[in-house]
Write a protein that binds this ligand. Structure first.
Ligand code: GSH
Length: 247
């Protein structure tokens, strides 16, 4: 297929904050994947997930058609754009990638929602930077988001645990992920694959934002994973590397 004939991919995601590609692990995953795949795209900032076909961010629009959910978007783009970062992986590597993805997206993402949007340390930083929302309605929006996240995390179950137990469970997620990570330079070896988008997307919002937590401390105390995070940022988002540490 002639790539030039294909419509431009428009990526709808939360507006940037904190100097990371996106504070949402899923939005950051999607943009990282597009860069790993080398596909041209255009970002559309939107603070409102309700605009998406699944009422979540990110989603993409291609020739007027909107597609939601990062895994489904990736599967669609692999099918239609002739790129597949996972080509050549063994069955065992694919299984490892899926287990890591499930750990980070189906458990740790809820822990991150808790640390970033529910804990006081997270509220202090995150709600103050809702810059896309007019200042005078920002406290109301922040309150509504807090209420919604608390309801979601209560239903999901996480919020029924103590703060210490939630944080401990997040550290355990990362201990497991680090235990199966290759020596690099990428998660599964010498080529960037789909799982790098998930891992970097989740990692960036934890280690490169000012929101302190024992999980962030744990990761920052591990030179291997910090070197990985910095390497991924330098390669795929060089414009976001702080000047003092630019190589
Ligand atoms: N499985 C989805 C998850 C996306 C997701 O949970 N997005 C969150 C932001 S990190 C969202 O839009 N939440 C808004 C809501 O639930 O109302 C994906 O991979 O895209």
């Amino acid at each position: 297929m002639n790539a030039r004939a294909l419509p431009l991919i428009r990526l709808f995601q939360f507006p940037p904050m904190f100097g990371v590609p996106n504070v949402s692990p899923f939005c950051c995953k999607m943009e990282t994947w597009l860069r790993i795949a080398g596909l041209p795209y255009e970002v559309v900032d939107t603070p409102d997930p309700r605009k998406g076909p699944r009422k979540k961010l990110p989603f993409i629009e291609e020739g007027g058609v909107r597609i939601a959910d990062t895994s489904l978007i990736i599967a669609h783009l692999v099918r239609t754009r002739g790129v597949d970062p996972d080509a050549g992986l063994t069955d065992a590597q694919r299984a490892t990638a899926l287990l890591v993805q499930r750990t980070l997206e189906e458990h740790y993402a809820f822990v991150a929602a808790y640390t970033h949007l529910v804990r006081e340390e997270g509220q202090k930083h995150t709600y103050a930077r809702f810059n896309a929302i007019p200042r005078f309605i920002r406290p109301f929006v922040a309150n509504a988001v807090l209420k919604q996240i608390k309801a979601l995390l209560w239903q999901q179950g996480l919020l029924r645990h103590t703060d210490a137990d939630i944080l401990e469970s997040g550290v355990r997620d990362w201990e497991a992920v680090l235990a199966v990570m290759s020596d690099g330079p990428y998660f599964l070896g010498d080529r960037a694959t789909n799982i790098d988008a998930t891992v970097f997307g989740t990692l960036a919002t934890t280690v490169f934002t000012p929101i302190e937590s024992p999980i962030r401390d744990f990761l920052r105390s591990r030179p291997g994973i910090m070197a990985y995070a910095e390497r991924m940022r330098a390669q795929y988002f060089p414009e976001l590397v702080p000047k003092a540490s630019a190589t």
